[in-house]
Design a binder for this molecule. Sequence first.
Ligand code: ZN
Length: 307
Amino acid sequence: MIPYFDAHCDTVGCCLDGKRRLRQNELQLDLVRDRAFSRRAQFFALFHDAAKAPADGMWAQCRRLYDCFCRETEVNGDLAVRCSTGSQIDAATATGKAAALLSIEGADLLECDLKRINSVAAWGVKLLNLTWNRANLLSGSHREDTERGLSQTGRAFVRTLESCAIYPDVSHLSDAGFWDLARMARRPIVASHSNARAVCPHSRNLTDDQFRAIRDLGGVAGLNFCPAFVDEHNPSLDALVRHAEHFLDLGGEKTLCIGGDLDGCEPAATGIAGTQDVPRLYEALAARGYSESLLNDIFWNNLRRLF
Ligand SMILES: [Zn+2]
């Protein structure tokens, strides 16, 4: 069995209507399947598209998603424990349970309001993306207003995140926003689910310089299984391995982690239909000659170190 700490999935949103449950489902990730790992920790992202905001607003939706996360982890207390610190993660996994951590994908869910950062920090949120695909008050995104970096509010937002021990997550951010953030950062920054642009030229992926900046700040970048970010033509397991190899060639031994984006874009890369296939990625990397110690860093230690 292998350890598996993953920086991003969208499974909570799939369980919001109550028809599908976190315990066991036909999605790409559930808690029963998590038992197949020696240690298991997962960031569950709260996400909702701001262009489809409900009548009572994004903050109300954010709280509904958080309630769903709490409900799904509480009723499955035999399999998972909500965690927000490293010692909680270690304690949960020592008893064979999955550590469930919380992130927010897009400050739109806070309606870009700084005053709400304290609330979500109290929930245990540890990663927060300034933007999803849509530009907002804080910054342009990789897809909208791509030339626009952090606004004054965006900068204040980042400082408040840092003071609340929440890592700014740069996945989905515009390049301009990325560099504004990297230059002002006083703590590590995280790309929870982004691949290498040199291997697959997509704006969601990181340039080599961006990856080096994350590395130099002590942050991590999570390997994403979503086909569009793996390879436009042949999103195979081999192609996914090429992203890992590229990041490792950039000195990413302590920077690379896993951020599979499961239940966020279907299907996952060929060869990985869900968490049950994550050991295939581990085996493919081991077959390239990477040591067990390096693989343990990629699949566990590098992300664990941040908490
Ligand atoms: Zn995403």
